[in-house]
Design a protein around this ligand. Structure first.
Ligand code: HEM
Length: 188
């Protein structure tokens, strides 16, 4: 999130509509691919982990830590941490880099979810996970596009950023937390 918009810049509904349509297209496209392609049911790579579940859970959890850094730095930049005072100059780069690294960490995870397993609807948890995963990438695409478009309403970026955060939390709660809470599964 880069934050500031030039004072007096007029916002129209068109850039916002474009951002939302692009985000929806990404989410729906991912969901359609996940639903229609035959699941490979095997990992592509394990990079030292004992299984696909372990790889996905730990990378997703590392991403969650960075996403929490994102939340804290976003609140600081937008003046929502009054006790901390104005955000120092290092906060915006930390926000950008933690977000970029978190996003990159989600890619091998989602690749394994979508390519290896697909869109599964067998239980409410797994259905919610797949829906939130697709919506997460749609919201992320919308936010990245929103950062680059002028004339977006001032509330749009915080709302898009908050949506990305909430969706990632839901993805993590419906997958990694569930994995950690299961007894008898080797964690590494
Ligand atoms: C930010 C993106 C995503 C992350 C971080 C993520 C993370 C995870 C993790 C850690 C697991 C392992 C725990 C488990 O098996 O429940 C998992 C499983 C799974 N994921 Fe994802 N996922 C993402 C996106 C998606 C998407 C887009 C889909 C499908 C549309 C999907 C479908 C699945 C399925 C079907 C499982 C197996 C669930 C089960 O049978 O228990 N995931 N995911």
């Amino acid at each position: 999130m880069t934050g500031t918009r030039t004072a007096g810049t007029r916002s129209t509904g068109l850039p916002l509509a474009l951002v939302l349509v692009c985000g929806a297209a990404v989410a729906v496209g991912l969901g359609v691919y996940a639903k229609t392609h035959p699941p490979a049911l095997r990992p592509l790579f394990l990079v030292g982990f004992s299984g696909m579940l372990q790889l996905k859970t730990w990378l997703a959890t590392a991403a969650l830590v960075l996403v929490l850094v994102q939340l804290a730095t976003a609140l600081w930049m937008w003046g929502r941490l009054p006790a901390a005072g104005p955000a120092p100059a290092w906060v915006p780069p930390v926000h950008r880099w933690s977000g970029s690294v978190a996003f990159v960490l989600t890619l091998p995870v989602a690749l394994h979810c979508v390519w290896s397993l697909g869109f599964v609807t067998t239980t409410p948890r797994v259905l919610a996970h797949g829906l939130a995963g697709c919506a997460f990438y749609g919201a992320y695409a919308a936010k990245m596009l929103g950062l680059r478009l002028p004339r977006l309403p001032g509330w749009a970026l915080p709302v898009l950023g908050g949506t990305v955060f909430a969706l990632f939390l839901l993805v993590w709660l419906t997958s990694a937390l569930w994995f950690f809470s299961r007894s008898g599964v080797p964690l590494f």
